[in-house]
Design a protein around this ligand. Structure first.
Ligand code: TYM
Length: 375
C-alpha cells in the first residue's frame, strides 16, 4: 500500500506508519483484549508484546483458537528472506513465535527464501542466498526452538514438495491480481511473478504432509500480509483451510521513522552479528532522540518518549518489565533522565541480548541438521 508518504509492501516500508489505517486498508481485524487473554490463558503467563499491542492486528485468529479448543490441529508458519545478515527487527516475530510454540506445543514451519532473494536482488547469486539461508537459520535456532517441533525449509533445497503446492496456487492467481496486490509491472522479472505462489506454499504444507486439514497461523510484520490475502482467496478453491495471521508493528530504524531494514542503511540497523562497540556507536550516534536541544531545556520541558527511538525499542522489544518501562518513561518525560542515559539503558539491553544470542548461535551450528526439513 502506498498512501500519504507511507509505503508498506513486502519489499519496501517507509514513512510514518499509521497502523490503524493499515488495518482498514488491508481489511484485517484489530487484536482485541479478549483474544489476548485467550492466548495468555494457554501460556500461563502473558507476553509483553501482546500487552503492549506490538502484535496489533490479525486475520481469523479467533477462528483458529476456537478450533484449537475443539481439538483441531494447527501449525505455525513464518520465515526469512536471506538477503544479508539477520537484524533485530527480523527477530521480533520469531521471539513471539517461540512463545506461541511453547504455549500451544504446535509445529512450526519456517521458510527461508533463497529463491526470492536471488530473484529480487540483482546483486545476489543463488550460491550466496543459499549460503545466507543456512547462516540465517542459526539465528532462529539460537532462540531455543524445539527441534522436534520446528522444521526449517530452505526453498531451493526443498523445492519438490513446495513446487507441487505452488503450482496449484499459481494456477488460481491471475497476473492482474498479482500486479494489483504486489505492484508488479512489465519490468518485473517473471520469476517474481511466480514468487507469491512459493511463499503461499508452506501455508498448505502441513495439510499436505499430515494428509488432513491443518490450519496455519502466521506471526509476521504487517508487510507480509499481501501474501496472505492471496492465500486466503485460493485456500477454499484448493480445499485447504484459510490461513490465519497475527501481525506485528515494525521495530523502527535507528534514525526513524520507517522499519529497520538493511536498505534503511547499515548504520540505522543493528545486526545479530554486531559487536558491543558497533551497537554502542550506532545507538549513540544515530538513534533518533526525543530529547530537547539543551540539557537545561530538557530538564525543564522533559523528553518525548513517543518519538524517541531508544524508548520505542525498549517498549517494543528490550524491556519486558512493565514497571521498569514506566519508570523510564516517567523519568524521561519529566526531564530527570537525559537522552544519553536512556541510550545507555538500551545499549546495555541490546548487548546483553546479543552476547547470549551469539553464544547460542555458535552452539546452534552443531544442531542445524536436526531442524532442516528434508525432501
Ligand atoms: P524478511 O526477511 O524481510 O523478514 C523476516 C520477518 O521479519 C519481519 N520484519 C520485521 N519485524 C519487525 N520490525 C522490522 N523492522 C522488521 N523487518 C522485517 C517480516 O515481516 C518477517 O516476518 N519474504 C519474506 C520471507 C518469508 C516469510 C514467510 C516471512 C517467507 N515466508 C512467512 C513471514 C512469514 C521476507 O523476505 O522476510
Amino acid at each position: 500500500m502506498v498512501d500519504d508518504g507511507m509505503v508498506v509492501t513486502p519489499w519496501e516500508v517507509s514513512g510514518d506508519i499509521d497502523y490503524e489505517k493499515l488495518i482498514k486498508e488491508f481489511g484485517t481485524q484489530p487484536l482485541t483484549d479478549v483474544l489476548i487473554r485467550r492466548i495468555e490463558k494457554e501460556s500461563g503467563e502473558g507476553h509483553f508484546m501482546l500487552r503492549r499491542k506490538v502484535f496489533f492486528s490479525h486475520r481469523e485468529l479467533d477462528v483458529l483458537l476456537k478450533e484449537h479448543d475443539e481439538g483441531k490441529p494447527w501449525a505455525l508458519y513464518t520465515g526469512r528472506g536471506p538477503s544479508g545478515n539477520t537484524h533485530l527487527g527480523h527477530m521480533l516475530p520469531w521471539i513471539f513465535t517461540k512463545y506461541l510454540q511453547d504455549a500451544f506445543k504446535v509445529h512450526l514451519y519456517f521458510q527461508i527464501t533463497d529463491d526470492e532473494k536471488f530473484l529480487c536482488k540483482p546483486e545476489l547469486s543463488l550460491e550466496k542466498t543459499n549460503k545466507l539461508a543456512y547462516e540465517n537459520a542459526l539465528d532462529l535456532i539460537a532462540l531455543g526452538f524445539n527441534p522436534k517441533l520446528t522444521h526449517i525449509i530452505v526453498d531451493t533445497d526443498y523445492a519438490k514438495p513446495l513446487y507441487k503446492i505452488a503450482l496449484q496456487v499459481a494456477k488460481k492467481v491471475t497476473t492482474s491480481s498479482a500486479k494489483a496486490i504486489f505492484g508488479f509491472t512489465d519490468e518485473t522479472n517473471i520469476g517474481m511473478m511466480f514468487w507469491p505462489a512459493m511463499q503461499a506454499a508452506p501455508c498448505f504444507l502441513p495439510s499436505v504432509l499430515e494428509g488432513r486439514p491443518v490450519r496455519t497461523l502466521i506471526p509476521a510484520a504487517i508487510d507480509q500480509d499481501p501474501y496472505w490475502r492471496i492465500v486466503r482467496d485460493v485456500a477454499p478453491k484448493l480445499g485447504y483451510p484459510k490461513t490465519a495471521a497475527i501481525h506485528n508493528i515494525f521495530l523502527p530504524a535507528l534514525e526513524g521513522p520507517g522499519k529497520m531494514s538493511t536498505t534503511a542503511g547499515e548504520h540505522s540497523t543493528i545486526f545479530t552479528t554486531d559487536t558491543p562497540k558497533e551497537v554502542e556507536q550506532k545507538i549513540m550516534k544515530y538513534a533518533f532522540s526525543g530529547g530537547r536541544g539543551s540539557v537545561s531545556e530538557h530538564r525543564e520541558k522533559g523528553g518525548v518518549p513517543e518519538v524517541d527511538v531508544s524508548y520505542q525499542w525498549l517498549k517494543i522489544m528490550f524491556e519486558p518489565d512493565d514497571r521498569r518501562l514506566k519508570a523510564i518513561y516517567d523519568d524521561y518525560r519529566s526531564g530527570k533522565m537525559l537522552t544519553g542515559e536512556l541510550k545507555h539503558i538500551l545499549i546495555d539491553k541490546v548487548n546483553a541480548f546479543l552476547k547470549k544470542h551469539q553464544a547460542e548461535k555458535e552452539r546452534a551450528k552443531k544442531n542445524l541438521d536436526k531442524f532442516i526439513l528434508k525432501d
